[in-house]
Structure formats: structure tokens, C-alpha cells
Design a protein around this ligand. Structure first.
Ligand code: B12
Length: 210
């Protein structure tokens, strides 16, 4: 069944993909697994785009299908934890408009007991600084899927340092364009390319047992 969902998304069969995903959940399927499969499908769409087999229109439609599936899948993950583990200011960095992964991480973090303040996409460095001043979070999370966003992350960390705010917070970066070397370059404390791992790392950053 999950195989069918994956195939339908990659082949741009919107109705088919949405119906199969609904069927899977109605049959007692696991919401987290479904999202993982959707993410794999987006990876495959990205590969076809790189090879020139798909164009921007397919990236857009792929994103739309994913968003449709998220609408009925994410509420199944929302556990509504009463615990208050800490506060996260979260945004997709400047130059980058991808929001799907950020939104998934937000739901996972909230379900685990974090309060998340989402400051949006294509977020200027100054907006992160302002948000940290206003909300006094424990953690700043930056999402980045494109190469241009790597510089934005570094600039954001630099601006936080300039404002004297860096020492009071932990910084985690996430998304398809991050890895250990990007973490080092940007001056972040941790990186994650999946939401569940991201939440575990946030707990670790605040000294909690996981
Ligand atoms: C859908 C899509 C789009 C949609 C986005 C729709 C939307 N509302 O988000 C649209 C059509 C707008 C788009 C536009 C573009 N895109 Co695009 N897009 C994609 C695609 C196919 C899927 C992205 C996605 O949603 N993935 C699914 C999510 C769930 O995965 P994720 O983001 O990695 O998130 C997970 C984790 O990383 C983590 N996570 C995410 N954020 C965070 C944050 C924190 C703090 C933590 C802890 C964890 C975390 O949790 C999530 C769940 O596990 C990718 C291909 C790919 N492989 O990713 C290309 C891709 C990212 N796009 C690409 C490109 C080139 C573009 C464009 C430049 C195309 C163009 N010519 O205009 C523009 C850029 C626009 C811009 N300025 O940002 C390239 C980037 C290459 C690069 N290295 O720079 C990719 C990789 C495709 C490719 N292989 O070439 N795109």
C-alpha cells in the first residue's frame, strides 16, 4: 500500500495518491511512516528534476500533493503533550521558500512538548534576531533545502552573535541541504535531516535524557 502511495506521488497521480494515503490511514496505518514515504517520493521527484525529466511544474504539483496528504496526516501525529520542554523559534532561512519539512518538524516538536514559534519562510536574518529578543527561546531552528540558504544560515548565526544572543540559545539546522560540514560552517550546534531525529537532538541540546 505504501509503495502505491509513493508511486502515485512520483507519477503525479494526485487523486490516486491522496486516496491511497487515506485508505492506508483508515486501515490503521502509521502516520509517521506515511510521511516518510511521501518524503522519499519528493526525493525521487527532485532526482527527476535534476535529470531534466521533470520541470518546475512537477516540483509545484509534488509539493501540492504532499501538502494535501499532510492536511489529514499531521493531525494524527499531534498528540498534544502537556509537558513544556522548552521554546523553539523556527523558520526557513532567507532565499528559501520550502516550508513542508519545516511544518512537519514543527508538528513533531509540538507533539513532544516543545512550544514552537514559527516565523515563516524566506526569513531575513534580522527577523530571527528580533524573534529571539521577543520570545526568548531555548532553541533556534533553521530549515534549509537549497544551497543559497547555507550562507543565510551562517549570516543568521553571525547576526545573533553580534546581538549578543548566541550564548543564551542552542541552534539546530534541518532540511535536505544540511550536514555536519554545513553545521560547522554555519556555526550551529546540531543538524538533522529528519524530524524525529531533530526532536531527539533538541532534547539532548537542553540536557534531557532521550
Ligand atoms: C516540493 C519542492 C519545491 C516546491 C516547494 C513547495 C513548498 N511549499 O515547500 C517549490 C516548487 C516551491 C520549489 C521551488 C524551488 N526548488 Co524545490 N524542491 C522541492 C522538492 C521536490 C521536495 C521538498 C520537500 O518538501 N521535501 C519533503 C520534506 C518533508 O523533506 P525535508 O524538507 O527534507 O524535511 C524533513 C527533514 O529535512 C526535517 N527538517 C526540515 N526542516 C527542518 C528544520 C529543523 C530545525 C529540523 C530539526 C528538521 C527539519 O524534517 C522533515 C521531515 O522529516 C525538493 C527535492 C528534495 N529532495 O527535497 C526540491 C529541491 C529542494 N528544490 C530545488 C530547487 C532547485 C528549487 C528551485 C530553485 C527551482 C527553480 N528553478 O525555481 C526553487 C527554489 C525556490 C526558493 N527560493 O526556495 C533543489 C535544490 C537544489 C539545491 N541544492 O539548491 C531540490 C533539492 C530539487 C533538486 N534535486 O534539484 N521546490
Amino acid at each position: 500500500m505504501l509503495e502505491d502511495v509513493l508511486k502515485s506521488i512520483v507519477e503525479m497521480e494526485e487523486e490516486e495518491a491522496v486516496n491511497k494515503a487515506k485508505e492506508y490511514l483508515e486501515g490503521g496505518g502509521d502516520a509517521q511512516k506515511l510521511l516518510e514515504v511521501c518524503r522519499d517520493a519528493m526525493g525521487k521527484i527532485g532526482e527527476r528534476f535534476e535529470k531534466g525529466e521533470y520541470f518546475l511544474s512537477e516540483l509545484i504539483l509534488g509539493g501540492e500533493i504532499f501538502k494535501e496528504i499532510m492536511e489529514f496526516t499531521l493531525p494524527k501525529i499531534k498528540g498534544g503533550s502537556e509537558k513544556k520542554l522548552g521554546k523553539i523559534v523556527l523558520g526557513t532561512v532567507k532565499e528559501d521558500v520550502h516550508n513542508i519539512g519545516k511544518d512537519i518538524f514543527k508538528v513533531f516538536a509540538e507533539a513532544s512538548g516543545f512550544e514552537v514559534i514559527d516565523i515563516g519562510i524566506d526569513t531575513p536574518e534580522e527577523k530571527f534576531v528580533e524573534a529571539v529578543k521577543e520570545h526568548k527561546p531555548d532553541i533556534v531552528g533553521m530549515s534549509c533545502l537549497i544551497t543559497a540558504g547555507v550562507t543565510s544560515m551562517k549570516k543568521t548565526v553571525d547576526k545573533l552573535k553580534e546581538a549578543g544572543l548566541r550564548d543564551g540559545i542552542k541552534i539546530i539546522i534541518g532540511g535536505g541541504r544540511v550536514d555536519e560540514s554545513v553545521k560547522e560552517y554555519a556555526g550551529a550546534d546540531a543538524w538533522a535531516d529528519d524530524a524525529a531525529k531533530g526532536v531527539r537532538l533538541c532534547k539532548q541540546l537542553l540536557g534531557m535524557e532521550v
